[in-house]
Design a protein around this ligand. Structure first.
Ligand code: PGA
Length: 249
């Protein structure tokens, strides 16, 4: 049995005061839950997450990471810096990074590798746009994104990582993939990995992301290849995020 993971992607939201309330509420609400829970605030608030969440069941992580170790890379943040602030996870290849900041499959794979070198668990985000789905290219796109990491890092690297399937058309739109649509892609991802290594495929956690809410989480998380969720909008509302965590429990 794979332990479910619910990770909150706060994107560029929050303030010290808002985060304090959100983190306190999450901390208070996760007691006794059997799933893994994590939050990914913006970089400047990682120290706040660390001081608030240390010693609790809630892990924290960042939303991106540099592919470089250190050097003259203005505004970039390295994986060892994230590890310094106690991060356990880091998102790589979120569709907003791919679409708005030009992150390629090769760059995402380099970020994935950099994260693992520092002992972080990368959450590799993959997913197709609406046009790609309508053109019947969903598997092609998702496999291309996944294969780039496997080629660069090897299949065993997936043992210390998480994959998040996030159809771009479902992110922040209120349109969720149906449980059957999610399951179909999750199963395809798992088979793709199983074709290389069945053991890795068996333990790999594949999260679903894209307009997950307390109301639809149960059906989504009930699919056999859906191992939890990557939550955007609903992660900013403590009671919604906690309700989703309880479903994953
Ligand atoms: P959403 O975002 O839950 O607001 O759709 C998910 C994500 O972008 O990770």
């Amino acid at each position: 049995m794979r332990k479910k993971l619910v990770a909150g992607n706060w994107k560029m939201h929050g303030s010290l005061a808002q985060n304090a309330m959100l983190l306190d509420a999450i901390k208070a609400g996760v007691d006794g839950l059997g799933c893994d829970v994590a939050v990914c605030p913006p970089y400047p608030y990682l120290a706040q997450a660390q001081s608030t969440l240390s010693g609790t069941a809630v892990a924290w992580g960042a939303q991106s990471v540099s592919e470089h170790v250190d050097g003259a890379f203005t505004a970039e943040v390295s994986a060892t810096m994230l590890a310094d602030f106690g991060c356990r996870y880091v998102l790589v290849g979120h569709s907003e990074r791919r679409a708005m900041y030009g992150e390629t499959d090769v760059l995402v794979a380099a970020k994935f590798a950099a994260a693992q070198r520092a002992g972080l668990l990368p959450i590799l985000c993959v997913g197709e746009t609406l046009a790609e789905r309508e053109a019947g290219m969903t598997d092609l796109v998702v496999f291309r994104q996944l294969d780039a990491v496997v080629e660069a890092c090897g299949i065993q690297a997936l043992r210390e990582a998480v994959v998040a399937y996030e159809p771009v058309w479902a992110i922040g739109t209120g349109v969720t993939a149906s449980p059957a649509q999610a399951q179909e892609v999750h199963a395809a991802i798992r088979s793709r990995v199983a074709a290389v290594d069945g053991g890795v495929a068996g333990v790999l956690r594949i999260l679903y992301g894209g307009s997950v809410k307390p109301q639809n989480a149960e059906e989504l998380f009930g699919q056999c290849d859906v191992d939890g969720g990557l939550i955007g909008g609903a992660a900013l509302v403590a009671e919604d995020f906690l309700a989703i965590c309880r479903v994953a429990n």
